[in-house]
Design a protein around this ligand. Structure first.
Ligand code: ATP
Length: 293
């Protein structure tokens, strides 16, 4: 049964708890734009967890942008996801302060945005394998009728044993006609597909675009267009071609370079049609370049 049918069929139990009392909170690990995240111990299992509490006021503002649409909450979506490259969410509920919260597996690792920035040996050696793992996570989401809408290095972590994990589903929507309608321009400016920015109808290919921007950054440390901090700034270059990845990394394998560049095509019909096709290209290149791995 599809995720969506399961979601709307199931009457979920709401957990209204005082997270400070229910979990042993150790320290804050992250301050996202929408939430606070703690490293914590779950007293029931004695395991380490991440407790994410969403900011009430910001969530109200975000939900206003999806008015009239039956958008499931981040917690409702997250608990349904089951993939090795997606953080496991154990449960979700409402705090005694009426905030949404999620309890997830705790990831010991670093943000992909850190690795993109430092471009160290670890990044250079593992880049293609990170791209494949991230592609598998996205393929899983698309196969299960979701559009992520906010894929970027900030929303991805890499564990100490090189597992890629997508950690944030705050803008994810069901891939249905209502959610594909033009108009709603939520996301992270530098990673937003041209059809989203110019208010055209959208589908899962907006994620293929964001994935390609993320891969471009992983392999070069740079964005394919000059960095922009607003949609207006991105609109300035929406008709310009991206930087040529081979100019930035002349040593980069051609199959990898072409795969990324095709994912950045302005017209979604010119991009890869599916994540699977893109992953196949990366896998072929990885196996050819590193036959012993
Ligand atoms: N499961 C986890 N394990 C360890 N750290 C985590 C986990 N989930 C989130 N974090 C940390 O908390 C930070 C914020 O998390 P997240 O991106 O989910 O929040 P957000 O408010 O939705 O952020 P934004 O909207 O800015 O992307 C992450 O960058 C990461 O450092």
């Amino acid at each position: 049964m599809s995720f969506l049918k399961r979601l709307f069929k199931k009457q979920e139990k709401v957990h209204k708890v005082n997270v400070q009392k229910a979990y042993q909170l150790h320290n804050r690990v992250g301050q996202g734009s929408m939430s606070k995240v703690w490293k914590a111990t779950d007293p029931a299992s004695q395991s380490l967890v991440a407790v994410k509490v969403l900011d009430k006021a910001k969530l109200v503002r975000l939900n206003q942008r999806f008015q009239g649409l039956a958008r499931p909450t981040e917690g409702q979506i997250a608990v349904l996801l089951n993939h090795p490259n997606i953080v496991k969410t154990h449960l979700h509920g409402i705090t005694t302060d009426d905030e949404e919260y999620l309890v997830m597996e705790f990831i010991e690792g670093v943000s992909l945005s850190y690795l993109v920035e430092v471009q160290n040996e670890r990044m250079r050696e593992n880049c293609i394998w990170y791209a494949i793992q991230l592609g598998e996570a996205m393929n899983y989401l698309h196969s299960n009728e979701w559009i992520h809408r906010d894929l970027c290095p900030r929303n991805i972590m890499v564990t100490n044993d090189e597992l890629v994990k997508v950690i944030d589903f705050g803008l994810m929507v069901p891939n249905t006609p209502d959610f594909r309608k033009p108009g709603n321009r939520t996301g992270t400016a530098n990673y937003m597909a041209p059809e989203l920015i110019t208010r055209q109808p959208t589908d899962e290919r907006i994620d293929i675009y964001s994935y390609s921007v993320t891969c471009f950054e992983m392999f070069t440390g740079e964005l394919p267009w000059p960095a922009a901090d607003s949609l207006e700034a991105v609109l300035q270059h929406v008709n310009q071609p991206p930087k040529d990845i081979l100019k930035l990394r002349p040593d980069l394998d051609e199959q990898i370079a072409n795969t990324i560049m095709q994912g950045l095509e302005r017209n979604p019909d010119d991009r890869w049609r599916t994540m699977r096709r893109m992953i196949n290209e990366f896998r072929a290149a990885g196996e050819r370049l590193y036959p012993d791995v």
